[in-house]
Design a protein around this ligand. Structure first.
Ligand code: NI
Length: 392
């Protein structure tokens, strides 16, 4: 099996590089991936798949049928959107769309999804359950996964795998993370409402600025005393607005910020916890408050069994020295987590770093990928798909 996967992947390599460069040169913004989706559907159709287009607005889904309709599907999710960044690389296949760039490697993800679909079509194995390829739009705006789920792509899915490129891992190496991979990222808005008055007569007013200052200080202090320090939370108030004149006591202050957490239990507690702290500060002084807590995407929690399956497959196909365990999670966000509310899953990191040249970070106008990563990513996913039903 391994040898067949390697042989097919090696044969497909020039075609895959061509696909990746085409996608790179034609980036499209989140929710506008019309050409990309049509291209993906075209490739899938040429392989014998029957892709569904316009799923989740501009997404594409295709199944390789399984033998037993009662078996749950394994889904492989890749994303297709680019960023509003003007590419500053001098690559011959640089973006032809001014101000739009594949600076997060989603061109590689799409290529990896298509390459895996090519290998699985050519292997033509009797799979116990269906293998579903999900090509998602609008990951960068954290909308696409919800759109896809709302259109039913997780119906019948028992497990899902995902991949994201990573420039600080050498090209072609795989990074495996057990547990939390990325953080939950929520938006927070707190309005403190006091009562205006003369700056010289504070006892006749309710000073919203003084109370807001205490709210911020108390939130930061209370985080360290009331949350398990092994379940990190970062609460950043990035904006504060209030007051009209130096000698007038402010009646309203608006605080806005972002809240990041890794542990699902901590995440669930945060809205009520914030409200308790704010209420406790406001109440003795007669101030009122309004809190608008908007959940963003949850934390990506990698399932232990699926993570182990990916690790074993990567080690067997690439060798142990090309597979590294990632020790720390990221406080970045990734909407792959939205699928994990419906089935267990695991996302691995695909190294796209260069050994002999500097690696600009993701979302940088000079971001580049080491194309040596494409085959290892595809072979790992294809092999994991071959083994999934036999080890589940
Ligand atoms: Ni990305």
């Amino acid at each position: 099996m391994l040898d067949r996967i390697r042989a097919i992947a090696t044969k497909l390599s020039p075609r895959l590089i061509e696909i990746r460069r085409h996608l790179h040169s034609q980036p499209e913004l989140s929710g506008q991936e019309y050409q990309t989706a049509a291209y993906v559907a075209g490739v899938l159709s040429s392989l014998g798949y029957k892709p569904q287009e316009l799923v989740g607005k501009t997404g594409v889904v295709a199944d390789l049928p399984g033998q037993n309709p009662d078996q749950g599907a394994l889904a492989i999710r890749t994303d297709m959107d680019a960023l509003p960044i003007r590419e500053l690389s001098d690559l011959p296949f640089a973006s032809q769309k001014r101000g739009v760039m594949h600076a997060c490697g989603h061109d590689v993800h799409t290529t990896v999804g298509l390459g895996t679909a090519m290998i699985m079509a050519e292997l033509d194995l009797p799979l116990p359950g269906p293998l579903r390829f999900i090509f998602q739009p609008a990951e960068e705006t954290a909308q696409g996964a919800r759109w896809m789920v709302a259109d039913g792509v997780m119906a019948g899915v028992a497990a899902i795998l995902g991949v994201h490129v990573y420039p600080s891992i050498p090209g072609g190496n795989i990074g495996i993370r057990y547990g939390a991979l990325t953080a939950a990222a929520d938006d927070l808005e707190i309005m403190i409402v006091g009562e205006s008055g003369h700056g010289a007569r504070p006892h006749e007013a309710i000073d919203a600025i003084w109370i807001a200052a205490q709210v911020i200080t108390t939130l930061q202090q209370a985080i360290s005393r009331t949350h398990n320090p092994l379940h990190p939370v970062v609460l950043t108030i990035g904006q504060i607005q209030g007051g009209r004149a130096p000698n007038v006591i402010a009646d309203q202050v608006k605080l806005t910020g972002t809240v990041r957490s890794l542990h699902p239990d901590t995440h669930a507690e945060l809205p009520a916890w914030i409200e308790r702290i704010v209420a406790g500060v406001c109440q003795p002084y007669g101030a009122k408050y309004e809190i608008n807590y908007r959940p963003g995407v949850p934390s990506v929690q990698n399932d232990p069994n699926l993570t182990q399956l990916t690790a074993l497959c990567a080690e067997e196909i690439l060798g142990q020295d090309q597979v590294q365990i990632i020790l720390e999670p990221s406080l970045g966000a990734e909407d792959f987590s939205v699928y994990l509310d419906h089935a267990p899953g695991s996302m691995f990191r695909l190294g796209v770093g260069f050994v002999d040249q500097p690696n600009p970070p993701l979302h940088h106008p000079k971001f580049q990928v080491n194309e040596a990563a494409i085959l290892p990513g595809i072979m790992t996913l294809a092999y994991a798909a071959c083994r999934y039903w036999h080890e589940a």
